[in-house]
Design a protein around this ligand. Sequence first.
Ligand code: OAD
Length: 235
Amino acid sequence: MNLVVLTGAGISAESGVPTFRASDGLWCGHRIEDVATPEGYAADPALVQDFYNRRRRQLAEVRPNAAHRALADLAARWAGDFLLVTQNVDDLHDRAHADTPPAEGFELIHMHGELLKGRCTRSGAVMDWTGDMAADQASPHHPQGWMRPHIVWFGETPLEMARIERALAHCDLFVSIGTSGAVYPAAGFVDLARRAGARTVEINLEPTADARLFDEGVYGPATQAVPAFLDTLTP
Ligand code: OAD
C-alpha cells in the first residue's frame, strides 16, 4: 500500500514552534509580505535574515513530539512506498527519522525549504547552514552571489513538485496533518489523491475549511490524534 502524508505547522505546534495563521494575522510579529517574499528580501535583507536567524536559533530549543515520532515508527515498518511531504521548515521530522531509521521506500520532502539550509542567489547551490546568516553573506558558490535562507517564499515555486505529484497519482492513502489548507499547491493534494482513488484522511485540532474534501476526519491535538490513527494502519 502506498502512502502519502502531508504535514503543516500544526504537527510542530506542541513542540513549541508557532503556527502561521495566528488570529492577529501576523507571523511572529511580522507582516508575511515583509519576511516571506522575494520583494521583502530585496527591500530589507537585514530584517529578513534576522527573522530567519531567530527562527533557526529557536530550533535548538525544540524537540520532535509524539506525532513526529509516530510517523518515524510507521516509516520504519511500512512495506510500501511512503512519501512524507512537509510544509514545515523546521527539522523535527528529520530528527525523528534519524533516531528511528526508515524502511526502504521512504522519502521525506521539505516542499517549502529548510531553515538549516542556505541557497546561493546566483548559482542556486544549496548547502547546510546551522548558524546565523548575515545580510551581506557572501556565497562560496559564486563571486557575485549572496547566501539567502533556503525557504520557498510567496511567489516562488515549491520544491520537488513533480516527484510529489507522481506519488499522489499512485497513492492508496493520503493523510493531511496539522495544515489549514490555505496555501496552494499543498491545499490541492487531497484532490490529486482522490483522483487516484485513495482513501483521504484529515487530522487536525478542528475541522478545516476543506474538511468536506476528505473521506474521514480525526480531530484532536496531533500528539494524541496522530499516534492513535497510525496505530490503526496495517503496513
Ligand atoms: P497554518 O498556521 O496555516 O495552519 C496550522 C494548522 O494546524 C491549523 O489548521 C490548526 O488548526 C492546526 N493545529 C494547530 N495546533 C495543532 C495541534 N496541536 N494539533 C493538530 N493540529 C493543530 O500552517 P500551515 O497549514 O502549515 O508557507 O501553513 C502552510 C504554509 O503557509 C506554511 O508552510 C508557510 C505559510 O505561509 C511558507 O513558508 C511558504
